[in-house]
Design a protein around this ligand. Structure first.
Ligand code: GLY
Length: 370
């Protein structure tokens, strides 16, 4: 079976499944699933950072096949997220994850003026988190410790496309400048000599001086949290695609070289590349995110190994970690939120999103890029 026919067959299975899943979950904002049933973060935590991914998946599918249920379900989620736009706690550095995949996607596909307005508000808020002394975008809001004013995290590389979009949409270079400044700081302050990246870096919020790194969601300080490596691979690739600055491509490839040297032969990614070999915890979401980045890197560099690795990762997930049955809500299983959490190997919605995005990329049917 050649690459395209396998990917197209997988895309058809996703479409059939998600059409049924969307119809029975109208109004829900899923984060995970238990016993095949999505939970609903709109009831638990409307501010949660993952609240855009299900809508993003639905918009990707809507662009491929104009089924009304995909659009209706995605629009319902987008309006629920308006609650975030009205509260300080509802806004943080993850505005890209939430409003690119809801409002920007809607605006691109339907031209909705309300969606454009929401996305511009979110982009302005994200730009407002920029720390001028340290040239970084502040990550989390105050967690009660008073320490987070100077924290930046690798994940934020994936939020920069909201700023690139706003600059282009408004013909205003400020957003672009902020995104590039943040990306340049991350290159300097997060990427280690061996190509691995740290999760969190603390800066002095007044002077901007780099203080130290923290282990964050990974195994330990100095380790290589797998999803963080994936965010860096895809995030730097996206910054290259939006700016055409070769240094971002170089950094993406530097992180990829570490990543490729550490993928286990099984193709199943651990939660952290430095975790004990006996630890059975996986992060399927990291594999799906990296695959998306690798497909884009292949297009940008022409290097075949990036595409073959992405195909292998996605095929491994499809064969052993996906539930294509329309009866179950989750698509991708065996994700992990953080190494030191008590739960592991469970479905997480961004796994479903990036697996779908990766398959659509292989079919050349992706509706929109970040
Ligand atoms: N904090 C984003 C993530 O868990 O990847």
């Amino acid at each position: 079976m050649n690459k395209l026919s396998w990917a197209e067959e997988t895309a058809s299975k996703i479409l059939e499944k998600e059409s049924a899943v969307a119809a029975r979950n109208l109004g829900k904002i899923p984060y995970t699933a238990a016993n095949g049933v999505f939970n609903d973060m709109s009831q638990q935590d409307i501010c949660w950072w993952t609240n855009g991914f299900w809508a993003g998946l639905l918009w990707q599918l809507y662009g491929y096949q104009k089924e009304d249920i995909f659009r209706t379900a995605a629009e319902e989620i987008e309006s629920k997220l308006d609650q975030n736009l009205m509260t300080a706690q509802g806004m943080d550095h993850d505005s890209g994850f939430r409003w690119l995949l809801t409002s920007v996607a809607n605006y691109r596909l339907t031209g909705s003026a309300a969606s454009r307005n929401r996305a511009i508000l979110a982009a302005n808020n994200l730009a407002g988190r920029f720390n001028l002394a340290g040239s970084f975008i502040r990550s989390w809001n105050d967690n009660g410790s008073g320490e987070t004013a100077g924290w930046a995290i690798i994940d934020c590389m994936m939020n920069l496309p909201l700023l690139y979009w706003a600059s282009e949409e408004l013909k205003d270079p400020r957003f672009f400048q902020i995104a590039k400044s943040h990306a340049d700081t991350v290159r300097q302050a997060f990427v280690r000599k061996d190509g691995s990246v740290c999760h969190i870096v603390a800066f002095d919020p007044v002077t901007g001086k780099r203080l130290h790194s923290l282990g964050g969601q990974g195994f330990a300080h100095g380790s290589a949290w797998t999803r963080g490596q994936s965010w860096a691979i895809y995030g730097f690739t996206l910054s290259y695609l939006h700016t055409k600055e070769a240094r971002y491509l170089e950094t993406a490839e530097q992180v990829v070289s570490y990543f490729l040297a550490h993928i286990p032969e099984s193709g199943f990614l651990p939660v952290d590349f430095c975790q004990p070999v006996s630890c059975p915890w996986e992060d399927s979401t990291a594999a799906a995110i990296a695959a998306c980045g690798l497909i884009e890197l292949n297009k940008a560099t022409g290097k075949e190994k990036y595409l073959t690795t992405a195909q292998w990762l996605l095929q491994t997930l499809a064969r052993s970690r996906c539930s294509f049955s329309p009866e179950t809500d989750q698509l991708l299983e065996n994700g992990s939120a953080a190494y030191h959490d008590t739960s592991h190997n469970f479905p997480i919605i961004y796994g479903d999103y990036f697996f779908t995005e990766g398959i659509l990329k292989l079919c050349e049917k992706e509706t929109f890029l970040w």
